[in-house]
Design a protein around this ligand. Structure first.
Ligand code: AHR
Length: 618
């Protein structure tokens, strides 16, 4: 079989700088209990709802009813976060270690030897009293760190801060707050942050590092369905995510995913200052263009009539990110420590809402308001313009595809016949997600790789693409599979993640046409790019073989003028024993990318490649 690459300049085309990026959505505990390093779950006791007494889950009580009585009440000093915990200690000299409460975090806290942890909490006691805060093993028997805090008797709430240094490692630890003093004490807004986070910005380092390895050119956020909610009352509200963390009310995420409802309380802990602020910070840290998705009046079950909706919220949000330092919301950004605007150049109006009755009307209202205030912002519509022109103004349209591996493989030609003169496509969600996908198989990643070669080929009309979902806590597989899976201390990339690393140089590279001459061409997909760094020039040919036959391939390249100095070739293979193989926390590289470096005297002009059955070679 022969694969010909025409690298002549007259047939070359630049791929958009933005082609491959990421989509961060707050599902599967992607943020809280995920990339955000906060260790306490249900920090403000709001997760049990507004009526008291309420559940304090996942907090538990240390000591039985004869020595301690614990219940929530509405006595917090934070008016938008009114629930607090009242703890009445009935014993004077209690059991060893005292009585109190403990929090196991998000399926266990990862506490590491020698590292620092910052505890912040609010307490109120009418009498002088004393609290012991400790990091312990999940059964409370191993003490990793502990400190005693004096609480002065007053009718006011007091903010308490304590540094804890771990003297041992335990991956499933808990935070204990105990006392031996008789009396009543109220507790609220309890936060425990490791100091060792990415650039000190509060994000888990290893997870950020996996994102950086994808070289994402953009970051779409915060959803997805998370933007809509099952009910509007549970849709994301950026305004509630702004301000000091203790005062943010949070909300119930109720995104129904398949038959599982991913209901969980979000205290917008993805913050130092605000969810929105920190997500923008993350996109800045990654060097990825932020793409904000707005709710324009839809949940899964409700619609707001066009006559009753106005885009004020969205304009305020854009003022927060881009407004001048003396504007109302821009000055809040400045107060949070970011005088420079966040460079928002794209916004999406709605998520998967095109077929809703009021979508067009609401969209047009939002579109004209955003266009008038920010003429340079590219506006993304939910309606599919891949087959016929849109009937409304848009710079880009959103396109989502989920299906089995056959679907994704066949979709590699999806944009071949798309009109070339309309808005560009943003494939903001794609994944093999059904029919034996398990927890993300080698086969799924091969089909997705073939799909992406089709997007590269059509990158004159496809401007951006991102896999979905990005993250998953292994303990919350609400939407399966995901690219990066983690627990409190470990993480791994699914085959789809590793597949994406092989595409990371494509954004902004030069695309060259390829032709395949093979009896197996129906099961092959390929693309070729070149790019340069300050010191070298590179040619990358990617070939997916989704068939059961091995293929011996001659890769013949013509027109490689700019690359005459190329001397070394590297073969990278995404491989495993079986098509259904997956990665896991215990076997993170079962399906892996294996780079094999070969020196070739005439590399670049004629190369030989062995394509194993069901393989992705580049
Ligand atoms: O990626 C998971 C979900 O799939 C997203 O929230 C939604 O947009 C899509 O239906």
């Amino acid at each position: 079989a022969v694969l010909k690459v025409d690298a002549s300049p007259q047939h070359a085309r630049k791929i958009p700088e933005t082609l491959f990026g990421i989509f961060f959505e707050e599902i599967n505990h992607a943020g809280a209990g995920g990339i955000w390093a906060e260790l306490v779950s249900n920090r403000g006791f709001e997760a049990g709802g507004p009526n008291t007494p309420s559940s304090i889950d996942p907090w538990s009580i240390i000591g039985n009813e004869s020595v301690i009585s614990v219940a929530t009440d509405r006595s917090s000093c934070f008016s938008r976060n009114i629930i607090a915990l009242r703890m009445e200690v009935l014993c004077g000299d209690c059991q060893a270690g005292g009585v109190g409460i403990y929090n196991p975090g998000f399926w266990g806290m990862n506490i590491e030897d020698g590292k620092n942890y910052s505890l912040v909490m609010y307490a109120k006691s009418l009498e002088n009293t004393e609290l012991t805060v400790s990091l312990t093993s999940s059964d409370g028997l191993q003490n990793l760190s502990s400190a005693t805090i004096q609480v002065a008797g007053t009718s006011n709430w007091t903010k308490l801060e304590q540094k804890l240094v771990a003297k041992g490692t335990n991956r499933t630890s808990r935070l204990q707050i105990t006392t031996n003093k008789k009396g009543v004490i109220w507790l609220d807004q309890i936060s425990l942050m490791p100091s060792d986070t990415y650039k000190g910005h509060g994000f888990r380092k290893e997870l950020v590092s996996m994102l950086l390895d994808l070289k994402p050119q953009f970051m779409r956020f915060p959803g997805g369905c998370f933007v809509e909610g099952h009910w509007l009352r549970n849709a994301f509200r950026w305004r509630e995510s702004v301000g000091p963390w203790e005062e943010r009310p949070g909300h119930f995420g109720d995104v129904p995913i398949g038959i599982i409802s991913a209901l969980h309380f979000l205290d917008y802990s993805l913050i130092i200052f605000s969810f929105e602020y920190n997500i923008y910070k993350l996109s800045e840290d990654l060097g990825a263009a932020p793409i904000w998705v707005f709710n324009n009046g839809f949940s899964h079950n409700e619609e707001i009539n066009t006559t009753a909706i106005a885009p004020f919220d969205i304009l305020d949000s854009l003022e927060f990110t881009r407004g001048s330092t003396n504007s109302t919301w821009g000055s809040l950004r400045v107060a949070m420590g970011h005088p420079e605007p966040f460079p928002v150049k794209y916004v999406t109006i709605g998520n998967e809402d095109c077929t809703k009755k009021f979508y067009h009307g609401n969209y047009l209202k939002f579109h004209s308001a955003i266009r008038e205030a920010y003429p340079d912002i590219q506006i993304i519509s939910n309606c599919d313009g891949s087959s016929k022109p849109l009937d409304h103004p848009a710079d880009i349209y959103d396109f989502h595809v989920y299906g089995d591996s056959n679907t994704l493989f066949s979709m590699r030609n999806k944009f071949d016949s798309t009109p070339r003169n309309g808005p560009k496509a943003f494939v903001s969600e794609y994944a093999v997600s059904s029919n034996g996908v398990g927890r993300g198989t080698l086969l799924a990643s091969l089909a997705e790789a073939a799909f992406l070669t089709g997007l590269e080929k059509n990158s004159d009309v496809v401007q951006m693409a991102s896999y979905a979902p990005l993250f998953m806590n292994d303990n919350d597989r609400s939407w399966n599979p995901a690219a990066i899976v983690f627990n409190s201390w470990k993480q791994y990339g699914s085959p789809s993640y590793w597949m994406q690393t092989i595409f990371r140089e494509s954004s902004g590279a030069v695309l060259h046409p390829v032709t395949i001459n093979s009896m197996y061409s129906n099961s092959l997909a390929a693309s070729a790019i070149t790019w340069k760094t300050s010191s070298s020039s590179f040619l990358r040919v990617k070939i997916v073989n989704i068939g059961s036959n091995p293929v011996n391939l001659i890769v013949s390249t013509t027109g490689l003028e700019a690359l005459v100095n190329m001397r070394k070739s590297t073969v990278t293979i995404l491989t495993s024993k079986n098509l259904s193989d997956e990665n896991s926390l215990s076997n993170p590289t079962n399906v892996r990318v294996v780079p094999v470096t070969r020196e070739l005297p005439n590399a670049g002009e004629e190369m030989f490649a062995f394509l194993g059955p069901y393989s992705f070679t580049s």
